[in-house]
Design a protein around this ligand. Structure first.
Ligand SMILES: [Zn+2]
Length: 272
């Protein structure tokens, strides 16, 4: 059964929508990931997790071609970053989702691979729901926030809080599995933000007591010289395999949860 949207004939896409399959849309960005990793980390991690997840449940989901470019102005001091204006980006992704909705997909899951896309993608999803007047369910999730990834992260990570932020233990381990020939572990470093605890970020933070809901995103170059924020030296292929499997299983779980979610009708009180 075909699961890649790009490889389907138009009437196969019509059938996929009629089967209520969830449209899974990977979104990421190109930006610096330290001296040991290429700039495509977020794109590779996000699209590979989606590709492998959807491949396991082709009757329940379709893999939409990824949106590779995202919102990353605070990384522009590092060569290689490509950033899209926040409003263009929000509308672009919303237009992709609304095109899918127009063809009959009622449940759309945006899977994000880049931290600073989180807020804009939340809006892309919500604006799509509003544009379709509540007749679709468009949701977004960061791949590292999938429940299984948090659980596995809490058990196998070796770095302390802050160690699994940008290009650190988590992302480097995953990339070691997916593109090992492109990683130079001799150049891996442990570099942390000088920001106080409440403003430190950590992808696998979860319910860690040090995790804070406060948000502060200064220019990346003001916080790190290498571009790394976290402990890349703790990355291993073995951990990466466990993170990858957790990402795939966590994604399948979420796709199924979204697919089973009822689309409840609006009850506009103005109509009474
Ligand atoms: Zn990244």
């Amino acid at each position: 059964m075909k699961y890649r949207y790009a490889e389907m004939i138009w009437y196969e896409i019509k059938e996929a929508a009629e089967q209520d399959r969830v449209a899974v849309l990977p979104v990421a960005t190109y930006e610096d990931h330290g001296p040991h990793l290429p700039v495509d980390v977020d794109v590779v991690l996000c699209t590979e997790i989606c590709e492998r997840g959807v491949a396991r449940i082709p009757s329940e989901a379709v893999l939409v071609p990824p949106v590779p470019h995202g919102y990353s102005p605070h990384h522009m001091d590092f060569h290689g970053t490509i950033t899209i204006g926040w409003d263009t980006f929000i509308r672009y992704v919303k237009d992709v989702c609304c095109s899918l909705a127009y063809h009959g997909f009622k449940r759309i899951l945006i899977v994000n691979g880049h931290g600073s896309n989180t807020s804009p993608l939340d809006l892309s999803a919500r604006l799509s729901n509003v544009e379709y007047e509540g007749k679709i369910l468009c949701a977004s999730v960061n791949h590292w926030d999938l429940r299984k990834v948090k659980d596995v992260g809490a058990t196998i990570r070796e770095s302390d809080y802050g160690g699994t932020s940008h290009a650190g233990e988590f992302e480097t381990s995953l990339y070691l599995v997916l593109r090992p020939e492109l990683v130079d572990m001799r150049k891996a470093v442990d570099e942390r933000t000088p920001l106080p605890p409440s403003f430190k970020t950590d992808l696998l933070a979860g319910t860690h007591p040090k995790a804070s809901a406060a948000r502060l995103i200064p220019y990346w170059s003001s916080q790190t010289a290498s571009g790394v924020m976290g402990d890349a030296t703790k990355a291993t292929k073995e951990k990466g395999e466990k993170f990858l499997e957790a990402g795939i299983e966590g994604l399948i779980e979420l796709i199924r949860e979204l697919r089973a979610t009822e689309i409840l009708p609006r009850r506009d009180q103005h109509d009474n």
